[in-house]
Design a protein around this ligand. Structure first.
Ligand SMILES: N[C@@H](CCC(=O)N[C@@H](CS)C(=O)NCC(=O)O)C(=O)O
Length: 219
């Protein structure tokens, strides 16, 4: 039975899951979440009433959460590029970095963007200032972590890099990564050059005008 992915190309968490699918050329049916397809959105909201995407459907099984989707694909539809090592001790390194990118890059980045789409008077200046501080601390830590490394965990592309790619992409648009963090910039460029992510970036290009802070003319 064909896998189905409920997703939108401009969404960072959808891109995270798409990277894993593209890395292994895993066939799937794209269920496009957009105002032009209200029926698809209704199906998705019924499957996952929390209404956060992406969501993967495999027969009778519904898998929400990008990290879980990637782990699920690794277990049930594996390809040549394994995203999480089988050895649990080695896997912990990968999962720790996956948590870092979700919690300390994506979460503050989304907080700033969601704040920008609120009406004037309902904005949270303190919350966004804290989010910017968090991003600065995360960039500084990551810069030290990436010293001498090619990928975020282990010596190969993993689950951690699937999240790092879209999250650093949008984080730099949202709260510029200081030029002094050369290791982070080099890593972001490596991710952009990875064919699976380059494809996701290209598919999202038509939607750049939707970026609430204004998409920069680069990448
Ligand atoms: N914890 C979820 C987060 C997913 C998420 O935040 N997705 C965003 C799109 S990038 C979303 O569903 N936004 C819809 C909304 O906020 O209403 C995951 O890891 O997949």
């Amino acid at each position: 039975m064909t896998l189905k992915l409920y997703a939108h190309p401009f969404s960072s968490y959808c891109q995270k899951a798409l990277i894993a699918l593209y890395e292994n050329a895993t066939p799937f049916e794209w269920k496009m979440l957009s105002p032009e397809h209200p029926d698809v959105y209704a199906e998705f909201a019924d499957l996952w009433p929390l209404k956060r995407f992406p969501v993967l459907v495999d027969g009778k099984r519904t898998v929400p959460e990008a990290s879980c989707i990637i782990e699920y694909l690794d277990l049930f539809h594996p390809g040549p590029v394994r995203m999480v090592p089988e050895d649990p001790k080695t896997a912990l390194e990968v999962r720790a970095m996956d948590r870092f990118f979700d919690n300390y890059i994506s979460t503050p980045q989304q907080r700033i963007v969601f704040d920008a789409i609120r009406p004037e008077g309902q904005r949270d200046a303190r919350g966004t200032a804290e989010a910017r501080e968090m991003l600065d601390a995360a960039y500084a830590w990551l810069d030290r972590h990436m010293e001498g490394r090619e990928w975020a965990a282990l010596d190969r592309f993993t689950l951690a890099d699937c999240g790092a790619a879209p999250f650093l992409f949008y984080a730099d648009w949202t709260h510029r990564i200081d030029a002094g963090f050369a290791n982070v910039h080099a890593y972001r460029r490596r991710l952009l050059a990875r064919p699976s992510f380059a494809r996701a970036v290209d598919e999202a290009r038509p939607y750049r005008s939707f970026f609430p802070l204004g998409a920069p003319d680069r990448d």
